[in-house]
Design a binder for this molecule. Structure first.
Ligand code: 1HN
Length: 351
């Protein structure tokens, strides 16, 4: 092709693009490479929120807004790679929610599924479908899609927890509905612990039939989860990439505790360094116990930081992760792995 030809084609292309745009069309070849990169390229970046840095700002929200005015008083963990998008990873939302002593957040429901991982405070509950799930540090409480839920602090200290929701996915699909309950509180339907005792003890009431895709168990106390992990550490095999890692499941199906969000608890023994591992899932991690160092990514884009209890960090899709535990560490992980697996696009790489 002559130089004139090439220049002519370039100019013609610009002109063509404009004509196409005027007709409501976009040439695929102008962005094909961006869409079909050889490997996933998340917009989110590896990022850590140090709890010691954000805690006072979260507590100051109590003076800035009431729970009644805010609906939910939450400080969103916004990934710097997703400015203005209010997301922690490309597909997951996360925030730190505050309820002061005597306060409540009224009953509502939405099609997005939610989880709470309790950071601090006691004598606070989330009532899920009328069952009060009392919170202790490290507990996981799940709110299935379309389940009524409200929060109340009956204690004397502020309560703070990490919220993770599948909102971006549900909004992307155009499946977002929400509704407020007619009263501030949903009527009590069951005593505390009911869902776990009914469905989470290796037995179910005869005649039980799952009515939705979600787990009928709402609360996964840290005490039991840690007991299981500790047992695995003593009697199980240590994995080079995961050390000891267990998944929270719906005990009636064996599937993930939340259909769209995979949840895990990981124990990394003191002095152990996990081998770099990556998967297509984006992850939100919180250190429940321990201190150490996390390395995310490889080569020039490697991000390394130290963590301490209650720190939260985001791991973008397809970036290597390695953890070195300076103290025995217990890490809670929420990821979109469950969706990848359901769609048949899950990939992982151990190295
Ligand atoms: C929500 O309903 C809660 O119920 C927390 O506590 C965070 C973020 C986006 C949309 C709904 C809650 C939320 C949320």
């Amino acid at each position: 092709m002559t130089r004139e030809h090439a220049a002519g084609r370039e100019a013609g292309n610009g002109d063509y693009r404009q004509r196409a745009a005027a007709a409501g069309l976009v040439p695929l070849w102008t962005f094909f490479g961006e869409w079909f990169s050889a490997e996933p390229r998340a917009s989110a970046v590896a990022y850590r929120w140090r709890y010691a840095d954000v805690r006072s700002t979260v507590l100051d929200a109590a003076a800035a807004v009431s729970t009644a005015d805010a609906e939910r008083r939450v400080l969103v963990l916004e990934n710097p790679g997703l400015p203005g998008r209010h997301l922690a990873t490309d597909a997951l939302y996360a925030g730190l929610q505050l309820i002061m002593p005597g306060e409540s957040a009224r009953a509502h429901r939405h099609t997005a599924s939610a989880l709470r991982l309790i950071v601090e405070g006691e004598n606070t509950y989330t009532a899920v479908a009328g069952e009060r799930c009392y919170m202790r540090r490290g507990d996981l409480i799940v709110t299935p899609s379309w389940a009524w839920h409200e929060h109340r602090n009956e204690g004397g200290e502020p309560t703070i927890w990490l919220d993770v929701l599948d909102v971006p996915l549900i909004r992307f699909l155009g499946a977002g509905f929400s509704e407020q309950y007619s009263e501030p509180e949903h009527p009590k339907r069951a005593p505390p612990g009911d869902s776990r005792l009914r469905y989470g003890q290796g037995l179910v009431p005869v005649g039980f039939a799952r009515s939705t895709g979600a787990s009928p168990v709402f609360a996964y106390p840290f005490e039991y989860a840690y007991e299981a992990l500790d047992h695995l550490r003593t009697h199980g095999e240590r994995d080079a990439c995961h050390a000891f890692k267990m998944e929270y499941i719906d005990p009636t199906s064996g599937g993930p505790a939340i259909p769209t969000i995979s949840t895990f608890l990981q124990l990394v023994p003191v002095g152990f360094a996990t081998s770099p591992y990556r998967s297509t899932a984006g992850q939100i991690v919180m250190a429940v116990r321990g201190r150490g160092r996390v390395t995310i990514g490889r080569g020039v884009e490697t991000v390394t930081f130290d963590y301490e209890p209650s720190d939260v960090w985001a791991v973008p899709s397809w970036q290597h992760v390695a953890v070195e535990a300076a103290e025995e560490s217990v890490l809670f992980i929420a990821s979109d792995e469950a969706v990848h697996r359901k769609l048949g696009v899950w990939r992982e790489e151990r190295s």
